[in-house]
Design a protein around this ligand. Structure first.
Ligand code: FAD
Length: 396
């Protein structure tokens, strides 16, 4: 495998770096670290950073230029994401950019494109994904939320759960059952719902890390105009699988792991001493653990390279994407445990406590990384994909 950039890739990398140098100040960087779905709402504070990205189409790098994107190839996106992650730049765009925008580009009407796409590429509007329900997660096609035709509208009733960012979102893209008599994958439609519609109740779910990341929503005959149906009625299951040429390596996640290892090593080397405490002395078992985590973070990066190499060859990553997600989320849990073991008793202090080493990063990671092996496909489901599609084992 060739790790070096071609001349064009190298020129593009230089362009991204110089953009970051001119536009990413330390405030934005710090905000990015405390932000994210569980952190404060940074929509206003990050506006200058978002605007700078938007002028280049860099909020939606993989979208075609005609829709406000930058038309980047997967490799350019990879370089872009790699540089942004190395610089610890805050991520903007969210599910509007990664999920519903591409679906609207491929399946939306001209009216839907005109209404929604510009407000995604400007970073003005936030979206959430209403798929999971209390009885439907891995087996999503069993979902029960009903959408019943009523003149020019649908009346939607039911419940969604684990909806990340619903409390901040302006719109939800949802899957609802429009034909209860059809086989379960064939009676589902995709609808766009304005979160301010009468009949929507949002109820927060607080994680054990103390974050308000996700929510549950109750729908009581919520009226959604038929013009907000995406694609054909009862074909929503297939619409949901749409992806533009999206870079699927999640290089940002791999780099985030390495940053955390590096920060832990720096803490061991000098932070304890500079806080007026004795320098940390680690057992050889703990030193070995840190080394293992460093190696694992680098393996995660190599898996990301493998995925982007496939995409560069025009192939679609399949079980490789499952390997990537599974490995990264499990390393993250191990790294959190190692971090807490290294930091010791102070590691138990929560975010916001001035005595917490590394701003309580490892405590927060310890609590929040538990959900990483559930969100976006559980480890068991990903192992099934690797077993059947990667290893060719028969279905159980
Ligand atoms: C942090 C976080 C954010 C999320 N954000 C969103 C969001 O924004 N929008 C949204 O719609 N959903 C969201 N989800 C929900 C997520 O998609 C579901 O939690 C996930 O799909 C698992 O579904 P479930 O929780 O119903 O568990 P279940 O599917 O009920 O699984 C329970 C257990 O059974 C195992 N299992 C299930 N099926 C199989 C199988 N076939 N083979 C082997 N084992 C199996 C699972 O691995 C798991 O251990 C989020 C979840 C988390 C944790």
């Amino acid at each position: 495998m060739e790790f070096r950039d071609t001349a064009e890739e190298s020129a593009f990398r230089t362009e991204v770096r110089s953009f970051i140098k001119s536009n990413l100040n330390t405030d934005f960087r710090a905000m990015g670290e405390e932000g994210g779905e569980g952190g404060p709402d940074l929509r206003t504070a990050l506006k200058p950073w978002r605007d700078a990205l938007a002028t280049r189409g860099w909020i939606a790098p993989h979208w075609p230029k005609e829709y406000g994107g930058a038309g980047m190839s997967p490799v350019e996106q990879f370089i872009f994401n790699e540089e942004m992650a190395e610089a610890r730049a805050p991520q903007v765009g969210g599910m509007g950019v990664t999920m519903i925008g591409p679906i609207i580009i491929l399946y939306g009407t001209d009216e839907q494109k005109k209404e929604h796409l510009p407000r995604i590429t400007s970073g003005e509007i936030q979206w959430c994904q209403g798929y999971s329900e209390p009885g439907s997660g891995s087996d999503l096609a069993s979902l029960q939320t009903r959408a019943v035709r009523d003149g020019d509208d649908y009346l939607v009733s039911g419940q969604k759960i684990w909806t990340s960012g619903a409390h901040r979102a302006d719109w939800m893209f949802m899957l609802a059952r429009t034909d209860p008599d059809a086989p379960k994958h064939r009676g589902i439609s995709m609808l766009l719902m304005d979160m301010k519609s009468p009949g929507v109740t949002i109820s927060p779910l607080i994680t054990m890390a103390g974050d308000h990341v996700f929510n549950q929503e109750y729908f009581d005959s919520v009226r959604i105009p038929r013009r907000n149906l995406i694609g054909e009625e009862n074909r929503g299951w297939y619409v949901g699988a749409a992806l533009l040429d999206y870079e699927r390596s999640n290089i940002a996640g791999s780099i985030g792991l390495r940053h955390s290892v590096n920060d832990l090593v720096r803490y061991v080397k000098d932070a304890a001493a500079s806080n007026g405490q004795k320098p940390l002395r680690l057992s050889s078992a703990l030193r070995t653990e840190i080394a293992e985590r460093a190696i694992e973070a680098d393996i995660s990066r190599l898996i990301s390279y493998r995925v982007i190499t496939l995409q560069k060859r025009g192939q679609i990553p399949n079980y490789e994407a499952s390997m990537n997600k599974l490995y990264r989320s499990e390393v993250s849990q191990r790294l959190a445990r190692t971090g807490l073991a290294v930091i010791g008793m102070h590691g138990g202090l929560y975010r916001g406590d001035p005595r917490a080493p590394l701003k309580a990063r490892f405590n927060h990671m310890y609590l929040s990384s538990v959900s990483g092996t559930i969100a976006a496909g559980t480890s068991e489901v990903n192992r099934n994909v690797i077993a059947t599609r990667g290893l060719g084992l028969p279905r159980g």
